[in-house]
Design a protein around this ligand. Structure first.
Ligand SMILES: NC(=O)C1=CN([C@@H]2O[C@H](COP(=O)(O)OP(=O)(O)OC[C@H]3O[C@@H](n4cnc5c(N)ncnc54)[C@H](O)[C@@H]3O)[C@@H](O)[C@H]2O)C=CC1
Ligand SMILES: NCC(=O)COP(=O)(O)O
Length: 329
């Protein structure tokens, strides 16, 4: 008999953002289904949103509780929470929640980690040394530098080769080796975690018209095409470099499984424009599964009761599907 899949570990995110309310709504949407999760955070905060909550002593209790209440592994907050008004005194609780979730997944007590949104600037003010979850998770898993960010919705998958850096620095950071490494990690994950047997990879150009044969920039010839050739030599189905302005049209999207993009917004603008509600952010290259909604803390609407939980629900479902693919592979 195969072991039952353990629950997911859901981090608290910034308690002053929309995390608590979308967590409550996600539980309402999922409580009758097969995917259980345990929140690592403050039970009373989630209880404010009209759901039953129950503190548990270990994640092993979560599945038995899930139909009746949101199971919560408690983390103590240092300061009272006012929706929309983040407080860096709670930074330690926020990062502790992430670290505990990773530990649970690394020991296979959790099927994966799903993160609620954090505010990078709130954590940075408290001394947090990482640009975001992606880099922090890689450090917690002892694989710094191997992390790859992929965002996915039913219509599109995108990977930014350079992540949380300024556009100016992204140009300096872009290398043939970096493109090759991110693409290899993505290729492996599409096969292992998404069940795609022969991933079709589309490589974006960097410059207008993908450089127009070197007349509008030379990075395609000096950096991107050598990466494509090396990846093809490893047997991968890689096309491009494609002009970035036309590679996200519906007919173009139908020709690939993932678009490798050269910088953050080249990837995230099309994804979020096409589908902000079903979009999921996932970190590839880790020994554990991690997903997240594609949106941020939305402090402007926190506590208003208008936040859409769809992206968090999609992130929870995707994490469980990835775990099931991984178990079968
Ligand atoms: N995975 C993560 O932890 C992420 C964190 N962030 C952080 O979030 C903070 C705010 O970032 P922004 O650029 O303002 O992006 P944001 O996604 O928080 O908000 C952008 C706009 O979308 C709306 N929105 C976002 N999610 C929504 C939802 N579920 N339902 C309804 N409306 C929603 C917001 O009200 C806002 O008007 C930043 O500090 C950033 O670092 C941003 C993206 C991802
Ligand atoms: N723009 C995506 C984003 O900020 C998510 O970052 P992370 O916290 O998942 O690393």
């Amino acid at each position: 008999m195969p072991e039952p899949t353990p629950p997911l570990a859901l981090t608290m995110g910034d308690p002053a953002g929309i995390g608590p309310e979308i967590t409550a709504d996600a539980w309402r949407a999922m409580r009758a289904g097969a995917t259980a999760f345990a929140v690592i955070g403050d039970a009373a905060l989630i209880g404010r949103h009209g759901v039953n909550v129950r503190e548990i002593g270990s994640i092993g209790e979560a599945a038995g509780v899930f139909a009746d209440a949101v199971p919560v592994l408690p983390v103590t907050l240092a300061a009272p929470v006012h929706p929309g008004q983040p407080d860096s005194r709670n930074a330690d609780a926020i990062t502790t929640s992430i670290a505990r979730a990773v530990e649970l997944a690394r020991h296979e007590h959790a099927a994966g980690v799903v993160t609620n949104p954090i505010s990078k600037i709130v954590l940075k003010k408290a001394g947090f040394a990482y640009p975001g979850h992606t880099e922090y998770l890689a450090a917690l898993c002892n694989v710094p530098g191997r992390e790859v960010m992929m965002l996915a919705c039913p219509e599109l998958r995108v990977v930014p080769v350079t992540i949380h850096v300024s556009l100016r620095r992204a140009l300096d950071d872009l290398t043939t080796e970096g493109i090759i490494a991110a693409t290899r990690t993505t290729h492996a994950a599409l096969m292992r975690d998404f069940g795609i047997k022969h991933p079709r990879i589309a490589m974006a150009g960097l410059n207008p018209h993908a450089g127009e044969s070197g007349t509008m920039g030379t990075e395609e010839q000096t950096i991107i095409i050598p990466a494509i050739e090396a990846l093809r030599a490893h047997g991968m189905d890689v096309s491009g470099p494609w002009p970035p302005d036309t590679m996200f049209t519906p007919p173009a999207r139908a020709r690939y499984d993932v678009a490798m993009c050269m910088y953050h917004d080249q990837a995230l603008i099309p994804l979020k424009t096409i589908d902000m509600t079903q979009g999921v952010n996932t970190t590839l290259g880790l020994p554990i599964i991690r997903t997240s909604p594609d949106h941020g803390t939305a402090f402007d609407i926190a506590g208003h009761g208008t936040a859409d939980p769809s992206s968090l629900v999609a992130a929870l479902r995707m994490a469980m599907q990835m775990a099931e693919h991984r178990n079968r592979s």
